[in-house]
Ligand binder design. Structure first.
Ligand SMILES: NC(=O)c1ccc[n+]([C@@H]2O[C@H](COP(=O)([O-])OP(=O)(O)OC[C@H]3O[C@@H](n4cnc5c(N)ncnc54)[C@H](O)[C@@H]3O)[C@@H](O)[C@H]2O)c1
Length: 247
């Protein structure tokens, strides 16, 4: 168990990649606080976790609301005693070609994916600085590195997370807090379920390992970046994408 008694917050942990992260973090001995936008989805996640849910607690949160993120982190510290690791996983897409993209499509994606990650990052900074230990992991995307037609809002939000990761890594390094990003490629999840078959085939042809990834494969990278095994790594982006992006 690489994360025994560490308290980890996973935003958007009620389903998809986030739920896979919660499951693995619990298996590594962590106490996990995860967020979702509705009580119903939190309850569903707790039921799906079975016995391991004893060390998990769900919180309703809209990451776009700064005060709500502060309040959630305070509540987690009251409930679980500390916050050692933050995984900024909550994210949405509102895909359409730029010409048709409405202002609210831009705003909601930036507010959730980029500002939401900042809100949670800011909220954990003070307690992590106080304990002189912390791990922050931002779930970005290959799209933030490569771009993708129909996703200017999403690409901007995910590229923004990479810049934020580097700046925060520099600010927090002296307090033994590392900040890294993971850029997943095409991961089978609820978010990707809605993509048309033709588009899925096109993505597959661009993946050297010739298959889509799993949430559990993102979880392996998260556990590594949350553990002492990555103590000398900060400000980096780990691509978990079957080779889609090679730098
Ligand atoms: N699935 C992929 O192929 C893929 C690829 C690259 C990156 N990602 C990123 O991984 C993360 C998880 O994606 P997924 O595929 O599991 O998506 P998903 O839609 O299955 O899950 C997204 C989660 O975010 C939460 N969420 C949405 N809006 C929120 C808000 N305003 N406040 C708080 N929580 C909110 C949802 O409740 C849900 O739990 C996202 O950041 C996504 O951009 C996914």
């Amino acid at each position: 168990m690489r994360l025994k008694d560490k308290v980890v917050i996973v935003t958007g942990g009620s389903r998809g990649i986030g739920l896979a992260l919660v499951r693995r973090l619990l298996a590594e001995g962590a106490k996990v606080a995860f967020t979702g936008t509705r009580q119903e989805s939190l309850d569903k996640a707790i039921a799906a976790l079975g016995d391991s849910a004893a060390n998990a607690k769900g919180y309703i949160l809209d990451v776009a609301q700064s005060a709500a993120c502060e309040a959630m982190v305070k509540q987690v510290i009251t409930d679980l005693g500390a916050v050692h690791v933050l995984v900024n996983n909550a994210g949405i897409t509102k895909d359409t070609l730029m010409m048709r993209m409405k202002e609210e499509d831009w705003d909601s994606v930036i507010d959730t994916n980029l500002k939401g990650a900042f809100n949670c990052l800011k909220a954990v900074t003070r307690p992590m600085m106080g304990q002189r230990w912390g791990r922050i992991i931002n779930i970005s995307s290959v799209v933030g590195l490569m771009g993708n037609a129909g996703q200017v809002n999403y690409a901007a939000s995910k590229a923004g997370m990479l810049g934020m990761t580097k700046a925060a890594a520099k600010e927090l390094a002296s307090r033994n807090i590392t900040v890294n990003a993971i850029a997943p490629g095409f991961i089978a999840s609820d978010m990707t379920e809605v993509i048309a078959e033709e588009a899925k085939k096109a993505y597959l042809s661009a993946i050297p390992l010739n298959r889509f990834g799993t949430g559990d494969e993102i979880a392996s990278a998260v556990v590594f970046l949350a553990s002492d095994d990555s103590a000398y790594i900060t400000g980096q982006t780990l691509n978990v994408d079957g080779g889609m992006v090679m730098q």
